[in-house]
Each structure stands twice: as C-alpha cells, then as structure tokens.
Design a protein around this ligand. Structure first.
Ligand SMILES: C[C@@](CO)(OP(=O)(O)O)[C@H](O)COP(=O)(O)OP(=O)(O)OC[C@H]1O[C@@H](n2ccc(N)nc2=O)[C@H](O)[C@@H]1O
Ligand SMILES: Nc1ncnc2c1ncn2[C@@H]1O[C@H](COP(=O)(O)OP(=O)(O)O)[C@@H](O)[C@H]1O
Length: 314
C-alpha cells in the first residue's frame, strides 16, 4: 500500500514584552501570583517539525549554542506532552531558528514550545481545540499559553490564565539585547530577597487600569508612563549595568524604557516606526548592549507559515 509521508510544518512564533508585570506573593507551589499585561512583538523564532526515525532538536541562529538540544529544551517537553495526549511516539525532527534573545525575558523557550504544539497538531492532523491546547501549554510553562495566543492579553494566576485586551493600532519598540542572560527563577528569588530586606515597605505595582486605557486608545505617549515591571529592581540588582542601558535608551529619545520580564533585554517605547529607527541608531552607538533590534506589536501568536510565504522577512 502507498503511504504518504507528511510534509514538514513550519511555524512562526513571537517574543513577548510584559507591559505591566505585577508580582504578588510567593504561593505554596513555588510560583508567584501575577497580574501581567503581555504584548506579542515582531521578533520571532521559526520552528519546523518533520517526521523522523528518531527524535532530534537542532538550533540555529542568534546565540544558538546557548540553547540545549536535549530533554531540557522546552520544545522537547512540548513533544512529550502532545505525544502523550494523542498516542503518537514523538519521533520528530525539530529545527529551531532563534530570532528571540536567549534567556532574555522575552519567552523564547516558551515560544518554541508553543510552536511545537501548533506544528505537531498540524503534522499529526490532531483534532485538538485551542482551549485544550492552551491547557497543555500551561502544563509546560507559565508563559506558553500566551506564546500560543499572541496579541495583547491580561495574564493572571502564574501568568497562564489569559483574557484578551483591546489594543488599537501598533506600538513601536527598540529592543536592547544584553550580552548575557538572566535565570527567571533567580530573578524571582532576588525579588523575594529584596522585599524581605526592605525596611520602608516594598513597592508593588497597582492595577493596570491606566495602561489598559492607553492601549485601548492606541496612545504611546499615554502608555509610556504606565509601563511597569515589579521584577525590574531584581534584574537591576543582579545585572547593575542595565541601569546604563535604560538611561541610554531614554537619552536616545525613547518615550520610556523597561526591563522585559525577568530581563536582561530592555524594551524602549517609541512614537512611531521612524522614531524607532532614530532611537535604535543612537542606542547602537552608545555601546550599552550586544545588539539593537526594532519591533512592533501586537502580532499574532504561534502560526503555521503557509508554504508560499516561507523565506519572507521575519
Ligand atoms: C518572568 C516571566 C514574565 O512573563 O517571563 P520571562 O521574563 O522569564 O520570559 C514569567 O513569569 C516566567 O514564566 P516562565 O518562564 O514560563 O516560567 P515557568 O517555567 O513557569 O517557571 C520557572 C520558574 O520561575 C518562577 N516563577 C514563574 C512564574 C511565576 N508566576 N512565578 C514564579 O515564581 C518559579 O521559580 C518557577 O519555577
Ligand atoms: N527552546 C529554547 N530556547 C531558548 N532557551 C531554552 C529553550 N529551551 C530551554 N531553554 C533554556 O531556558 C533558559 C531560558 O531561556 P528563554 O526561554 O529564552 O528565556 P526567558 O525565560 O528569560 O524568557 C535558557 O537559558 C535555556 O537554557
């Protein structure tokens, strides 16, 4: 009998910035209660899944040698999770092209896991609805459901419970990629440590009401002062050079700068695309980061790339 080998499936998946990251108490399960507003931005990874005799992960692109290719890669966890759900053996070849900074606070590993879930659902012709896929995603990591969904969303719980947020138009960002990475658990631990040692009472983000209104209005000038990240002091404590990066971004004319998630990537909000080009050029000359990128958001979450568009700019 003639058997047809399914064609490889290519998925594009975005990075995220936390526009608001309110960190609450440490829970009994070791996670912190969050209130966060995610925005997916146009830095992306591309992940191809293909049938194979045995499982493999290869990683290419920016800083690829810092990414594991064994069971500690979140893409591997995602294969296990979907294979268990569908009864497949999980023998697939995964190729990841990194465009998202590694260990940068932009959810690069989560993005690859989300991309594998979308790619394998297509490759295996599985009939799984988005809600079920989102539950599988949450079991892999707190940020994975947002990488699936994309757009702009409010995340609660440990970040995995999402509701969409109204966001008008596009926002334009300059992204400063740092020379090294920061470990997410270490940054959360540092925050607990700073909070425990604070004699004057710790600062915690309030509700993101003003930020949500600025998003709905599509008003970057109103959004700028509303950006906030409770993890920022912890990231700055572990990597003090980030203060210079943040200062250089605002001196270069950005409306505001913020550490992205657990860092160390910094994101600078600009008025429009032309303004972002100007700020990026100035920041690149300041020598305060490894590389400078331009991005806009919101963009969609993990999506299969139609064959005819493969090779487009990412
Ligand atoms: C900080 C954030 C902000 O969006 O992203 P990054 O900056 O890392 O991309 C997220 O909370 C990271 O989410 P993610 O990277 O998926 O974390 P997980 O794998 O679920 O958890 C890794 C570890 O981070 C800590 N953690 C994570 C989420 C959370 N709400 N509270 C926590 O304390 C815990 O120590 C946990 O063991
Ligand atoms: N597919 C992946 N891409 C990047 N890093 C990964 C991946 N899978 C596992 N990791 C590990 O996760 C760590 C955090 O990476 P990443 O998800 O990019 O950052 P962050 O958690 O700051 O958003 C990396 O140092 C790496 O060891």
């Amino acid at each position: 009998m003639l058997s047809v080998v399914p064609r490889p499936v290519r998925v594009r998946v975005p990075a995220k910035i936390n526009l608001h990251l309110g960190v609450g108490d440490l829970r009994d399960d070791g996670y912190h209660q969050l209130e966060t507003v995610f925005q997916a931005v146009s830095l992306s990874d591309e992940v191809t899944v293909a049938p194979a005799d045995r499982r493999s992960i290869t990683v290419i692109g920016d800083n690829a040698n810092a990414v594991p290719t064994d069971h500690t890669n979140l893409a591997w966890t995602a294969i296990d999770a979907l294979a268990a759900m569908t009864g497949h053996r999980g023998e697939v070849a995964v190729e990841i092209t990194k465009g998202i900074p590694v260990a940068g606070g932009m959810a690069g590993g989560s993005a690859d896991a989300a991309a594998v879930l979308v790619g394998l659902t297509r490759l295996w012709r599985s009939d799984i609805d988005r809600d079920d896929l989102s539950s599988v995603a949450a079991g892999i990591g707190s940020d994975v459901p947002f990488s699936l969904r994309g757009g702009t969303a409010l995340g609660t719980g440990r970040g995995e419970h999402l509701v969409g947020v109204l966001s008008r138009g596009s926002f334009h960002w300059v992204i400063a990629v740092a020379g090294g990475g920061l470990s997410t658990p270490e940054v959360y631990r540092e925050l607990d440590h700073l909070r425990a040692g604070s004699a004057t009472g710790e600062h915690r983000a309030g509700p993101p009401d003003e930020l949500l209104q600025a998003l709905a209005a599509g008003d970057a000038r109103r959004l700028a002062p509303a950006l906030c990240n409770d993890l920022q002091p912890a990231a700055l404590s572990l990597m003090p050079t980030l203060r210079r990066t943040l200062r250089a971004g605002t001196e270069a004319g950005a409306l505001a700068g913020i550490v992205s998630g657990s860092g160390p990537t910094c994101a600078f909000l600009c008025d429009d695309a032309d303004h972002a080009v100007d700020v990026a050029a100035e920041l690149a000359g300041a020598g305060v980061c490894r590389s400078v990128r331009i991005a806009s958001g919101p963009v969609p979450g993990a999506r299969v790339v139609p064959d005819e568009t493969i090779g487009d700019d990412r």
